[in-house]
Design a protein around this ligand. Structure first.
Ligand code: NAP
Length: 511
């Protein structure tokens, strides 16, 4: 039995009290146990502030970039071992595991490259300087400096590797020490990464701490220079938003939460086109990769009403080719959900969707005696506007086809019923239709992926989150924003307006 320990105050801490079991979701066997009771979070924060902050800030941007490169290389070196953990504890297929682990490797490496260009200091120019006085002598320049606090990162269970890696990359490059807490059901992978980072001596003391379990009174102790970045359900996110200490101390809070992502097929897309092929491939991939437990996965598929029968048939054929089973077997394309709770939630969610839609394939019934399996489940609604289709993110291999007229206006109306999303994918070769939909859904959407015959052959699928582009979305999606190249550092830095002598400000801080 593996016991996950927390790494706090430069030491490994075994939780006291009753541990929480971690399961293999394929076999339901207990793999490990974890618990964080007994940690003094006052000490954890002091350690980060007193040791971690000065250690990190002494490195400057370029030194921290070198450090991130080392973290990326260490994950890469242990990739095979980490893949095995993602399979056993996360229910990931090998492909799912690589998506998560390579995501961390790539994002850490990307921020290492950004950091190399930023020099040895700790101050970044923010935009161009401006003349403020009668002559250019009196000048203004915005700058960004690392905040003198701690970044607490609370992650969801679905991306234990990438989720931790992408948050760490931005905070550490900015110069802020991190306290990482993974989602408990799949924490084995993140815990092993923490061990690799610590054993490799890859980070200055106090700059990285890891909580295997719950965070106790940590959030009640955060102060005005600290930050909380959270990924998970909107319910948990809302509870953090209303935390009295976080409000009173004006702690920065970034929330990445649920999303009813839309895929919208335009009426101009011919069934023989590359764009239609990409639409089918992407929807099937999104529904089944990581068993649909991806915040960016498509949940609502908008299809012109006269195409619904053909699209239902084509998607069902694609889903039938997905081999569901033990993710340790090479031919398996989709494994189980990560936990019993997820299985129960997804079954309930399918039932709720069935109040407004018919099953095309799959359903809530068990498909194996053991393990948290659910079949890829496609539904089709007769009325795409029914409330139940826009109410709940069913976090599994589940999506619903919503018929619409084909008009851009109705596509916009339906997409925005999601009340704020992470990503929408558009499939069209019609420039006017595409531009109308972009304008209509942008205020409600963090990222828009535009597939046409000119790009689908070269594009990453819409579910992939790239370090160059922002990740996050308004409303239900949490109103947060991460990544986006150097924009990802903004959350961990303070923008300050400097006003003074141009000769000084330009030379010292100009872009
Ligand atoms: P969750 O139940 O909200 O948990 C998320 C994280 O919060 C876990 O680490 C959990 O710890 C922790 N947590 C819960 N209550 C807490 C509390 N009172 N104090 C401190 N920590 C607390 O969500 P989940 O089931 O793990 O993840 C699934 C959800 O995440 C889905 O809704 C999905 O859409 C969303 N998600 C969003 C994104 C995005 O980028 N927008 C990405 C991935 C997932 P324990 O595990 O120990 O309970």
């Amino acid at each position: 039995m593996i016991t996950l320990r927390s790494f706090v105050c430069a030491d490994w801490h075994t939780g006291v009290g009753t541990p929480t079991p971690l399961y293999n979701p394929t076999t339901e066997e207990v793999l490990a146990e974890t618990g964080s009771d007994g940690i003094d979070y006052g000490d954890v924060l002091s350690h980060a502030r007193e040791k971690g902050l000065p250690g990190l800030q002494a490195l400057g941007f370029s030194g921290r970039a070198t450090m991130l490169k080392g973290l990326s290389a260490a994950v890469h070196e242990h990739r095979e071992e980490l893949i095995e953990l993602a399979i056993s504890n996360g229910g990931n297929t090998r492909g799912d595991a690589k998506f998560d682990i390579d995501g961390a490797i790539g994002t850490l490496a990307a921020y290492a490259s950004y950091g190399k260009e930023l020099g040895d200091g700790n101050v970044l120019p923010d935009g161009e300087g401006v003349q403020l006085g009668r002559t250019a002598r009196f000048w203004g320049q915005h700058v960004r400096v690392p905040r003198q606090g701690v970044a607490v990162h609370i992650n969801a269970f679905n991306f234990p590797s990438w989720g931790m890696g992408e948050k760490m990359a931005c905070a550490l490059l900015a110069g802020v020490p991190v306290i990482e807490k993974p989602g408990t059901p799949s924490a084995l992978l993140a815990w092993r990464m923490a061990e690799i980072f610590v054993q490799g001596g890859l980070l200055p003391e106090g700059s990285f701490q890891f909580i295997a379990g719950r965070t106790g009174d940590l959030l009640d102790r955060l102060g005005p220079q600290d930050a909380l970045a959270f990924t998970g359900s909107s319910g948990t996110g809302a509870s953090f938003r209303s935390n009295p200490n976080l409000l009173a101390q004006a702690v920065r809070v970034n929330i990445e939460a649920d999303s009813l992502n839309a895929a919208i097929l335009a009426p101009d897309v011919d069934a023989s086109s590359d764009t239609y092929g990409a639409f089918l491939d992407n929807v099937v991939r999104d529904m089944t990769q990581k068993a649909g437990q991806k915040c960016t996965a498509v949940r609502r598929i908008m299809v012109p009403a006269d195409r619904v029968a053909d699209v239902s048939r084509d998607l069902a054929e694609g889903l039938a080719r997905i081999v569901v089973g033990d993710p340790a077997e090479r031919e398996t394309r989709m494994g189980p959900l990560a936990s019993r709770r997820q299985l129960e939630d997804v079954r309930t969610g399918i039932g709720n969707l069935q109040t407004a839609a018919e099953l095309v394939c799959g359903g809530a019934d068990p498909i194996r005696d053991k393990g948290y399996f659910v079949a890829p489940t496609l539904l089709v609604a007769s009325d795409g506007h029914a409330d139940a289709l826009h109410a709940e993110e069913v976090f599994g291999p589940v999506a619903t086809i919503l018929p619409y007229s084909g008009d851009a206006a109705e596509a916009i109306q339906l997409a925005n019923r999601g009340a704020g999303g992470l990503v929408a994918s558009l499939y069209s070769n019609d420039k006017d239709w595409t531009e109308a939909v972009i304008l209509g859904i942008s205020p409600w959407t963090g990222r828009i992926w535009i597939g046409s015959d000119r790009v689908v052959e070269q594009s990453f699928p819409p579910g992939a989150v790239l370090p160059q582009m922002i990740h996050g979305g308004p409303g239900r999606a949490g109103a947060g924003e991460e990544l986006g190249g150097l924009r990802g550092l903004e959350f961990y830095t303070q923008r300050t307006a400097l006003q003074g002598f141009q000769g000084h400000l330009k030379a010292a801080y100009g872009s």
